[in-house]
Design a protein around this ligand. Structure first.
Ligand code: C5P
Length: 283
C-alpha cells in the first residue's frame, strides 16, 4: 500500500498562553502543500513493526512517529500490534517546521484505517493522532484548517485559493521545545490577524491572506537566526511573493505567489544558496 504524506505550512501561528499540562494553547491557520513524503506499507509476517527511511539518522523503531502512530491505531482498535514494514521516501526536510514526521504518522493512520474498512471517522482518527504529536491531528485532516488548543481542536476552513508556494529551509536546526520555553519569557510585540485571514479565506482573497500571514515565533528566535529567515522572506517578496511567513517553529520560510513564473524565479534565486528550496502548490 502506497500513500502520500503532505507537508504543512502555517499561514498564521499565535501562542495564546501556557497550560497546566506544560503545553501551550495555540491558534494556527494551517495549509497542506504538494511537497510530500511517500510511504509504502507492507505486511511482513514474523518481522515485527519496522520503519526504514532514506535518511540514516532517523529512528527506525517506535521512536519514529510513523511506528508510534501504527501502535496507537491498533491500541485504539483494541488489537495486538501487527507485523508491518513501513518504508518512507523522505522529501520533506526534517526539523523544518513543516510537520514532516507528523505527516508521516498521519499517513500511516489513514492507510491503516482504510485497510481496516474505516472503523474511525476522520475526526476520531485525528484524536488517535493527538496521542502521537500535537501536529498529527491536523495532518490527518489536511487542506486548509484552523487548529486550536494544543493543535487538536480542528475547524476545516474554505480552501486557500490555488497558488504557487516557494518554501526554503536555511541550514540550521531549531529546537521546538526550546522555542516554546522562550515564548513564556518574552512579551510578544506583534500578533497575527487571524480573524482577518479567516475573512480573506471566506472571500477567496489570496492576496488578503498573504498580506496578513504572521508567526509569533519570528519574534522569539535569536536575532541571528531571525536575520537568516528575514533574508529569505525578503528575497521571496522581491521576487514577487504576495506575502511571506515562517512555518511552525521554523526555520523554513515560504512565500505565496499567484504567478508560476515569479515563483520559479524565486525558487531559482534561493536555490543558489539553500539546498532545501521547493516550488510546490497548495493542496
Ligand atoms: O506534541 P509534540 O511532541 O509535537 O510537541 C513537541 C514539544 O513542543 C512539546 O514537548 C512542547 O514543549 C511543545 N509544544 C507546546 N505546546 C503545543 C505543542 C507543542 O508547548 N501546543
Amino acid at each position: 500500500m502506497e500513500v502520500q504524506a503532505y507537508a504543512k505550512l502555517n499561514l498564521t501561528l499565535d501562542v495564546l498562553g501556557k497550560r497546566e499540562d506544560g503545553y501551550h494553547d495555540l491558534c494556527m491557520v494551517m495549509q497542506s502543500i504538494t511537497l510530500h513524503d511517500t510511504l509504502t506499507l507492507e505486511q511482513t509476517p514474523g518481522a515485527g513493526l519496522r520503519v526504514g527511511t532514506n535518511l540514516r539518522f532517523l529512528p527506525t523503531g517506535e521512536k519514529n512517529l510513523a511506528a508510534a502512530a501504527a501502535l496507537r491505531f491498533w491500541e485504539a482498535l483494541g488489537r495486538e500490534p501487527e507485523d508491518l514494514d513501513i518504508r518512507i521516501a523522505k522529501r520533506i526536510p526534517v526539523c523544518a517546521g513543516m510537520a514532516g514526521g507528523s505527516s508521516d504518522a498521519a499517513a500511516v493512520l489513514r492507510a491503516l484505517n482504510d485497510q481496516a474498512g474505516n472503523p474511525f471517522t476522520i475526526q476520531e482518527l485525528a484524536q488517535v493522532g493527538a496521542k502521537v504529536g500535537s501536529d498529527v491531528p491536523y495532518c490527518v485532516l489536511g487542506g486548509t484548517a484552523l487548529a486550536e488548543g494544543r493543535g487538536e481542536v480542528l475547524t476545516p476552513l474554505p480552501p486557500l485559493p490555488k497558488c504557487w508556494v516557494v518554501a526554503c529551509k536555511p541550514d540550521f536546526p531549531i529546537s521546538t521545545p526550546e522555542l516554546f520555553a522562550q515564548v513564556d519569557s518574552v512579551k510578544l510585540r506583534r500578533r497575527p490577524d487571524t480573524a482577518g485571514v479567516l475573512a480573506a479565506l471566506k472571500a477567496g482573497d489570496l492576496e488578503g491572506v498573504a498580506r496578513r500571514m504572521y508567526n509569533v515565533f519570528e519574534d522569539v528566535m535569536s536575532p541571528r537566526q531571525y536575520a537568516r529567515v528575514a533574508e529569505i522572506k525578503q528575497t521571496l517578496i522581491q521576487k514577487g511573493a504576495l506575502g511571506a511567513n515562517m512555518s511552525g517553529s521554523g526555520p523554513t520560510a515560504f512565500g505565496l505567489f499567484d504567478s508560476r513564473e515569479r515563483a520559479e524565479e524565486a525558487r531559482a534565486a534561493l536555490a543558489l544558496t539553500y539546498r532545501d528550496t521547493f516550488l510546490c502548490q497548495s493542496v
